[in-house]
Design a binder for this molecule. Structure first.
Ligand SMILES: *Cc1c(COP(=O)(O)O)cnc(C)c1O
Length: 446
């Protein structure tokens, strides 16, 4: 038995671990939480304190921690095949997963290429798009277009199509500039405008750019329906429909980055379904393994796959990762898809989301709350912080207060959001909403 306390682990971690997306010095004031174990929607520290994981451990966990069905599938896979390389070899979990994902797109996106994290899936889509155009005799199509406020990961290529100043500015000189188009964020509506009007206006900006230089553009990359990392910016599905039409008309690939919004998060299995479109490339990661193991993939149309099919190795797609198609990760994904089928998850989530939104509704009346919004199981609102000096500390103050209320809830800037696992029961929904409201109230005075 290890009787170390949370404080012991925190002290050792701060001496040896470099934490992601963190100014380490802030931990002189801000708490670091040492998690010992987890079950269902709760994380437990070494002192027995529990936290409701209201943001699904960075948006990855769908069906709770230590999920019995995923655990059982993984234990069986562990005793069968833990890993085999995917060049020259194949195995049951990767074949089954590829077939099932293809069938979820009605076989429009018929081939799956695998990696281990979201940023790598984005890199793959960008490289594939460029290379497919070159194989098609159009080597000048080398540019990428992204949307204001976009987030596609933090490796050099993915960062180039990311438009979050904090992440991008520091490494600007290393990046190949992408073209950034107007955001379709429904919060940008002018007086009298609907979300669809904003979508039309934003799509017109894409059209202008395409008219000017589509012959130089390989692909347009977008986070369908919700731009999560910039602060849960939501747009009307019409934007995607219009962008799909423009990409078809101007010969530009459409890359849907569904790393955060896929796997049922927005109410349909793929967010693109709500716009009635399919992209040319679809990136998945985060929830696909149920939040268990690093896994990402890019689904592509058969026309893209065919553009690489040749005798010539240089016309093939030149990309690989050591753990491509890892059987354990694929097995976790298969168990996750099985739960979607067995439990009719999308239908259940509709009921749960309505209950959550009803429980959060009083916030819409709050004088310090703007833009209470929802898409699927993503809920968000913006705090109004009249004291300019307190804006930059809002997120940290909220996070610390949330921990005191046994909640794992970390705002993005002034945007408070919930992205809970799908397994909340009615009592937990009411409890989460009530505690979120209480934490917000306390944070305003802290
Ligand atoms: C998280 C995320 C990524 C990057 O995934 P990593 O696994 O963190 O590299 C890319 N795109 C979107 C939309 C994301 O939310």
């Amino acid at each position: 038995m290890n009787h170390s306390t949370s404080n012991d682990w925190v002290a050792r971690s701060l001496r040896s671990v470099w934490h992601p997306c963190t100014q380490m010095q802030h931990h002189e004031q801000m708490p670091l939480v040492a998690i010992k174990n987890a079950r269902g929607v709760y994380l437990y520290d070494h002192d027995g304190k529990r936290y409701l994981d209201a943001i699904s451990s960075w948006w990855v966990n769908l069906f709770g921690h230590a999920n019995p069905r995923i655990n059982a599938a993984l234990k069986e896979q562990l005793d069968t095949l833990e890993h085999a390389m995917l060049a020259g070899f194949t195995h049951e979990p990767v074949v089954e997963l590829s077939e099932q994902l293809s069938s979820l797109t009605n076989h429009v996106l018929g081939h799956a290429f695998y990696a281990s994290d979201g940023a790598s899936a984005v890199e793959i889509a960008l490289k594939m798009s460029f290379h497919a155009w070159r194989n098609a005799g159009r080597p000048d199509k080398q540019e990428f277009v992204c949307v204001q406020g976009s987030y596609h990961g933090e490796t050099i290529g993915a960062l180039a199509v990311t438009d979050v100043a904090l992440f991008k500015d520091a490494y600007g000189p290393l990046l190949r500039a992408a073209r950034v188009v107007t955001s379709p964020d429904a919060r940008n509506a002018l007086p009298g405008e609907t979300a669809q009007d904003v979508a039309r206006r934003a799509a017109a900006d894409v059209e202008t750019l395409f008219e000017e230089r589509a012959d130089k553009i390989a692909a347009f990359i977008v986070e369908p329906l919700v731009q999560c990392a910039t602060g849960m910016a939501m747009h009307d599905p019409l934007y995607l429909t219009l962008v799909r039409e423009l990409c078809d008309r101007f010969d530009v690939h459409l890359i849907a980055d569904e790393i955060a919004v896929g796997c049922g998060r927005t109410g349909t299995f793929f967010a693109c379904e709500q716009a009635g479109i399919w992209p040319d490339f679809l990136c998945l990661s985060k929830g696909i393994s149920g939040g268990y193991l690093p896994l990402s993939l890019v689904l592509t149309r058969d026309s893209i796959y065919q553009a690489f099919y040749s005798e010539d190795i240089r016309r093939g797609f030149l990309h690989s990762h050591s753990y491509t198609g890892n059987p354990l990760a694929c097995r976790a994904a298969l168990a996750t898809l099985q739960i979607f089928r067995d439990d009719d998850v999308l239908a259940q989530n509709r009921v749960k989301s309505a209950a959550m939104m009803a429980a959060l509704a009083p916030l819409a009346q709050h004088a310090r709350v703007a833009n209470l919004r929802q898409r699927g199981t993503i809920f968000a609102f913006d705090a109004i912080e009249p004291d300019a000096n307190r804006v930059s500390t809002f997120s940290r103050r909220f996070f610390a207060t949330a921990l005191e209320h046994e909640l794992m809830l970390r705002p993005i800037g002034r945007t408070v959001y919930l992205m809970p696992p799908y397994i909340l029961d009615p009592e937990q929904i009411a409890d989460l909403a009530a505690r979120t409201r209480a934490v917000f109230e306390t944070t305003l005075w802290n």
